[in-house]
Ligand binder design. Structure first.
Ligand code: TUI
Length: 312
């Protein structure tokens, strides 16, 4: 499936894996790249030494292009940004902030830079700073989110910029991909779908929580603190939302989520931990390999775009 995004990234299918904290490590990312998508190592809050090691391991498992996601709230962002320039990774995606301070560093190293944006203003700003493409992420996504939906944001950003747009948030099958293309996107990024693949090393409990989730099972905590985060409803989100309603302090709320993602992903504590996942969790019913997932999504999208009715 050839689009401006697959051509830009030199990949077979314009399907990018989200750079999810604790989830997006080299086993998963290499499986995605080897299946023809773009695997991403999520550097999240990790130190630069961890990121460098992941890049080396990735290079041993795939000869295909891959990327690294930089979470801009990380305390290690500065050193990670420099390691990526030294390693000359093919692609950098960014999230949870404004990557302006690092754009020149990465562009000068020949890296393709693809910021995640959640508004038209940010999209235009990134285009001016020479971003190669944009990931436009709607509020349906898991983890740290913006306000607008994928359905409303993608066409507005497509009209506002001249660089390729990759849609993210709420995409889990070929219908979602075809819909994103109809809105003007030329690629998709998927997170939750890749969490439940065979190659994803998250705890079984985490996968089960996503696979058994229903449409209304995700909740957004932290709206009052300015850091809204979407995850699967559990004891932690119930307590958090109750405390948030009662006007608890930032510190009290932070305490509830501290280390929560690791607790869920690594220890499998899906009761007290943060089971970050998007609204599309309710659509995902089985564990597949990355290759099966990518082939199924792309195959369905192609059928739909030919006008063949395969659903409903
Ligand atoms: O970054 C994400 N998703 C994430 S990061 C993360 S780790 C974390 N955990 C708890 C609290 C905070 C972070 C978990 N999930 N997605 C990409 C994304 N970026 N979504 C929204 C944005 C975004 C928001 C504001 C991008 C730019 C932006 O600009 C703000 C500004 O500075 O103008």
């Amino acid at each position: 499936m050839k689009t401006n995004v697959s051509t830009l990234l030199e990949i077979k299918y314009p399907v990018i894996q989200g750079g999810m904290a604790w989830v997006a490590e080299y086993h998963l990312a290499s499986a995605v790249s080897n299946a023809g998508g773009l695997g991403i190592i999520g550097s999240a809050n990790a130190p630069a030494t961890w990121v460098k090691d992941q890049i080396q391991k990735m290079k041993q498992l795939t000869k295909q292009p891959f990327g690294v996601n930089v979470m801009l709230l990380s305390p290690h962002v500065e050193e990670v940004a420099h390691v990526l320039a030294e390693e000359k990774v093919a692609v950098v995606t960014t999230g949870a902030g404004n990557p302006e301070p690092y754009m020149k560093l990465w562009k000068d190293a020949g890296i393709k830079v693809i910021p995640v944006v959640a508004s038209v203003a940010m999209a235009k700003r990134m285009e001016r700073l020479q971003a190669d493409a944009l990931i436009v992420e709607g509020t349906e996504a898991g983890g740290h989110i913006g306000e607008s939906t994928t359905m409303t944001l993608v066409p507005q950003i497509v009209d506002a910029v001249h660089i390729p747009v990759i849609a993210a948030g709420g995409i889990g099958d070929g219908r979602g991909m075809a819909a994103a293309f109809m809105l003007g996107a030329q690629g998709i990024q998927m997170g939750t779908g890749f969490v439940v693949t065979k190659e994803s090393l998250v705890h079984e409990n985490y996968k089960k929580a996503i696979l058994k989730a229903k449409d209304i099972d995700s909740k957004v905590t932290g709206r009052s603190t300015g850091h809204p985060v979407r995850s699967i409803r559990n004891q932690m989100t119930n307590e958090y939302l109750k405390k948030e309603k009662e006007g608890a302090t930032f510190e009290e709320l932070e305490y509830l989520t501290l280390g929560g993602l690791k607790k869920a992903v690594v220890d499998g504590d899906v009761i007290n931990g943060s089971v970050m996942a998007g609204q599309i969790a309710g659509l995902l019913k089985e564990e597949r390999s990355c290759k099966e997932l990518i082939h199924s999504i792309v195959g369905e999208a192609e059928e739909l775009m030919k006008g063949n009715k395969i659903y409903g």
